[in-house]
Design a protein around this ligand. Structure first.
Ligand code: UD1
Length: 373
């Protein structure tokens, strides 16, 4: 494979931003520099979900903004494809680089592949085995469309081999999201300070242990009964360990529709707006325990050595369980409460940082791509 023009990087949703920022920096820092461009599909658009991350991560303004916004999976994917095509045509791009598993990643990979423009996938090969998850469909299809696949953990190469993808196209480079974490963690202040102004009632005790909750998977939040059950368990857990809960917009809408905000507010749970990148890092680093259904936070807690209970029955990031601090607790009340009790008793799982989660993954990717010019 040869790359004969700039590498057009795609972002769409919040979790893409901390992955692309270190790549753009590594491309610029490589000698000679690797030419690149940035396209934002606009899948996420609120300042809280998007703009504040551009600022915190030092991302340049995108060269093109497609403004697709929210919609059904079909509408979102179709609009991203339709609007990306003319941008790609006008760009003279030598390759399109997508990260992660969101609808924007699949949409732009598909447009590029059909035009014969090489596709590069960063964070390839992760599999939950759960085809009911929209991201799993995106992962499998994006990898199938990709010419070059960069992986974050060794299990990913086995998944790709099983799917018949030529091992020569797969490179284990580590985790670019952890590059961002390592770059920005030193500037992060105390976790409680990250909540400045958001806890005017002093709901979180001034000292002592606290936990962090995040929830946004459709499988956890879209069904009113499922969400009510989870909230009931989290209220019980918070009686042992007070919790901060930065609430994703999807989840806020579901909590409001289910009349569940009051239950959170009456409990030792502090619901807050989605936090900024560095604030969230600080909050996680100083937490006793994180309960989440996010993929990225499973990895970030492993890198930080902070115990994590994943509110899902599977994970596409198994190294966070085998080596890191992650435990799968599903939506099971007894398992969630047992994890809280164990963490308070013994400090919980500490784990170790996986291979190549060392802050230099983007540099490895730049090195590999430079050789293809
Ligand atoms: C998307 C990704 C998911 C990722 C998550 C991180 C897919 C299939 N899903 O899910 O993998 O973990 O982003 O957040 O690509 N909304 C706003 N403001 C925004 C964005 C969304 O209010 O800036 C609200 C809208 O009501 C929207 C809902 O959140 O309907 C869901 O957003 P959407 O982008 O469809 O999916 P996410 O749940 O964010």
């Amino acid at each position: 494979m040869k790359i004969t023009g700039p590498i057009l990087c795609v972002v769409g949703a919040r979790p893409n931003l901390m992955k692309v920022a270190p790549l753009l920096r590594a491309f610029a820092a490589h000698a000679p520099a690797i030419a690149s461009g940035l396209v934002h599909t606009g899948q996420h658009y609120d300042r809280a979900m998007d703009g504040q991350f551009f600022d915190a991560l030092g991302l340049p303004p995108p060269d093109a903004h497609l403004g697709i916004g929210s919609g059904t999976h079909a509408v979102q994917t179709a609009q991203a494809m339709e609007r990306f095509e003319p941008v790609l045509d006008a760009s003279a791009a030598g390759a399109v680089l997508v990260v992660g598993d969101v609808n924007s990643s699949l949409a732009c990979a598909l447009v590029a592949a059909k035009k014969g423009v090489p596709v590069i996938h960063v964070e390839a090969g992760l599999r939950s085995g759960d085809w009911s998850m929209p991201e799993e469909i995106n992962r499998v299809l994006t990898d199938r469309l990709s010419d070059l696949l960069f992986t974050t953990e060794r299990a990913a190469a086995d998944n790709l081999r099983r799917e018949g993808i030529d091992a020569g196209r797969v490179h284990f480079v580590g985790n670019v999201m952890i590059d961002s974490l390592r770059q920005h963690l030193p500037a992060a202040g105390a976790g409680r300070k990250a909540l400045a102004g958001l806890d005017s009632m002093g709901k979180l005790p001034r000292s002592g242990a606290y936990g962090v909750i995040t929830l946004h998977r459709p499988s956890n939040v879209d069904d009113a009964g499922v969400l009510a059950g989870l909230v009931a368990t989290l209220v019980e857990a918070a009686a042992r360990l007070p919790m901060v809960f930065p609430v994703h917009p999807r989840t806020r809408a579901c909590l409001e529709a289910g009349g569940l905000i009051g239950a959170l507010e009456r409990a030792a749970i502090l619901p807050v707006v989605p936090l900024g990148y560095v604030e969230m890092l600080a909050l996680m680093r100083d937490a006793a325990l994180v309960l989440t259904d996010s993929g990225g936070m499973q990895e970030e807690t492993t890198a930080l050595g902070v115990p994590c209970g994943t509110l899902r029955d599977n994970t596409e990031r198994p190294v966070t369980v085998t080596e890191g601090t992650n435990e799968l607790v599903g939506r099971n009340r007894d398992r969630i409460l047992a994890l809280v009790a164990r963490t308070l008793r013994s400090g919980g799982k500490r784990g170790r940082v996986p291979e190549f989660w060392d802050g230099r993954a983007a540099e490895r990717i730049a090195g590999a791509l430079a050789g293809l010019r």
